[in-house]
Write a protein that binds this ligand. Structure first.
Ligand code: AHR
Length: 497
């Protein structure tokens, strides 16, 4: 089998926004308590944050982290999480049937994010709350001082404003599971008014309206249309969420699920542009794919977790090699839409459907999906080139014309480096012919491969290095051509200097 890719600097999709490599920390399971925050852990710093986890987050190079939810945010009172910790209330979290002790709130999280070299993407509660609380939290976080809420922040020991730039207007408001679920009409009006007032408090913020929770929602894509008919002028981004899983044990079909993400993005773009045309607007609506990942392994175990615990073990998917391939395909798909997808969040970051796992008070390790994300985030920054892959194809249960090779080239003009991210979905090695004649200076640097003979292989506390990337030899570029062998069922990073 052979595939072909032609790279030319004249054909560009867009410059990547670094925030396409965002992630997510929700007050859910052991993401906060036992994940990023564990004062009893030997590596805990003066704020109770695990230094080992911060190091792993830095390895992933995550420029922005969404917080504090998720479903959690739709019942959250942000005021519960600020001020003296001893005076903060414990509350029932009805989204996850857990107990929220409020030991970590927005000031602590902003501090953690700074230590992890990330920005905060703040989500507000538009489930049980409204414009008043939305206005106040922006004032508390971003106003310098001299007003009630900004002075309260100063009293709480934070003299300088957090300058939080990105704000999500609620979470998954189209979903009946959401606390305070709304119709598109109800939500569209509320998002419009909340956005307007939040921007009056701080005109520099960027606002994200909720799109559909996934592409199979019965209200998709009318939800997008109606919400934007209300809020188009007031918001900057529309959100998308999507999770995938191999529930039927059908590998070929599972590996093709990025085609669903691709179609989802295309439909949302079309809907945004439809509303733009209807409004005779000159503004382009951008997308924030602020929840995406594999999520299915833990579904059954979660039904057995006792309610009302602090930091229960929820959504603790243990990821396989095949999940890492899917995450690779999803990353490539997001990059191919870098002209419209400006932000994206791998959901989530620690313990909860996460690339990083921890044991309370103990070890931390990298799941299989850690590697494709870290590779893309560290190396695939710059200009995404338009380079359709010519690849043999297959049909699966839900998809037709699935290319065996999924690939995207990214060119970093600043340092002259090129990187090709590629997944081989075939159960046999495949030769990728790369035409580099338009890049006469290109020289082979390295070929990093993630694969395993057992697609169900996982990394665990006991065996954290079962699935790790290895370097393969890479031929020199000759006559503007490079030939690379992509091993069967593999994630590949081809780096050119
Ligand atoms: O990331 C886990 C959950 O998935 C989030 O809380 C919610 O927004 C989505 O349904």
């Amino acid at each position: 089998l052979q595939a072909r890719l032609t790279l030319d600097p004249a054909y560009r999709i867009a410059e990547t926004d670094p925030r396409i490599y965002g992630s997510f920390i929700e007050h859910l399971g052991r993401a906060v308590y036992g994940g990023i925050y564990d004062p009893a852990h030997p590596s805990a710093d003066e704020d109770g944050f695990r230094a080992d986890v911060i190091e792993l987050v830095k390895e992933l190079n995550v420029p922005i982290v969404r917080y504090p939810g998720g479903n959690f945010v739709s019942g959250y009172r942000w005021e519960d999480g600020v001020g003296p910790v001893s005076e903060r209330p414990a509350r029932l979290d009805l989204a996850w049937h857990s107990l929220e002790p409020n030991r970590v709130g927005l000031n602590e999280f902003a501090r953690w994010a700074q230590k992890a070299h990330s920005e905060v993407m703040m989500a507000i509660n538009l489930g049980t709350r409204g414009i008043e609380a939305a206005k106040n939290i922006v004032e508390y976080c971003n106003h310098p001082g001299g007003s009630y809420w900004s002075d309260l922040r100063r009293q709480h020991g934070v003299p300088n404003p957090h300058k939080i730039r990105v704000w999500c207007l609620g979470n998954e408001m189209d979903g009946p599971w959401q606390i305070g679920h709304k119709t598109a009409e109800e939500y569209g009006r509320l998002a419009q008014e909340a956005a307007k007032v939040m921007r009056w408090v701080d005109p520099t913020i960027e606002l994200v309206a909720c799109g559909s929770s996934h592409s199979k929602m019965p209200t998709f894509p009318d939800w997008e249309r109606v919400v934007l008919e209300h809020a188009y002028d007031e918001v900057d981004y529309l959100s998308l969420h999507s999770y995938y899983g191999n529930r039927d044990g059908d590998l070929a079909n599972y590996l093709a699920c990025s085609l669903d993400m691709d179609a989802f993005i295309r439909t949302v773009v079309a809907t945004c542009d439809f509303v733009r045309a209807k409004k005779r607007s000159k503004k382009t609506m951008y997308l924030s794919f602020d929840e995406w990942n594999v999520w299915f392994h833990s579904n059954e175990a979660d039904k057995r977790v006792e309610p009302w615990q602090v930091g229960p073990p929820l959504l603790e998917d243990v990821y396989t090699m095949e999940d890492a391939l899917v995450v690779g395909c999803l990353l490539i798909t997001l990059l191919k839409h870098a002209d419209r997808v400006r932000m994206a969040c791998l959901a989530q970051l620690v313990n909860v459907i996460a690339p990083i796992m921890t044991e309370n008070g103990g070890a931390s390790w990298r799941q299989t999906i850690f590697y494709p994300f870290a590779h893309a985030s560290n190396w695939a920054r710059g200009t995404v080139l338009y380079a359709p892959v010519e690849s043999p194809k297959y049909d699966s249960k839900d998809f037709t014309d699935v290319p065996y090779v999924e690939a995207v080239p990214v060119w970093n003009e600043a340092d002259g480096r090129l990187v090709i991210l590629a997944v081989n979905r075939a159960e046999q090695p495949l030769t990728l012919q790369v035409d580099l004649r338009a890049f006469p200076q290109a020289r082979s640097e390295e070929h990093v491969v993630l694969t395993h003979p057992d697609m169900k292989a996982v990394n665990t506390k006991e065996r954290p290095n079962q699935v790790i990337p290895v370097k393969h030899s890479l031929d020199e570029v000759g006559d503007g051509k490079l030939q690379v062998i992509l091993p069967a069922l593999s994630w590949n990073v081809i780096r050119l200097a």
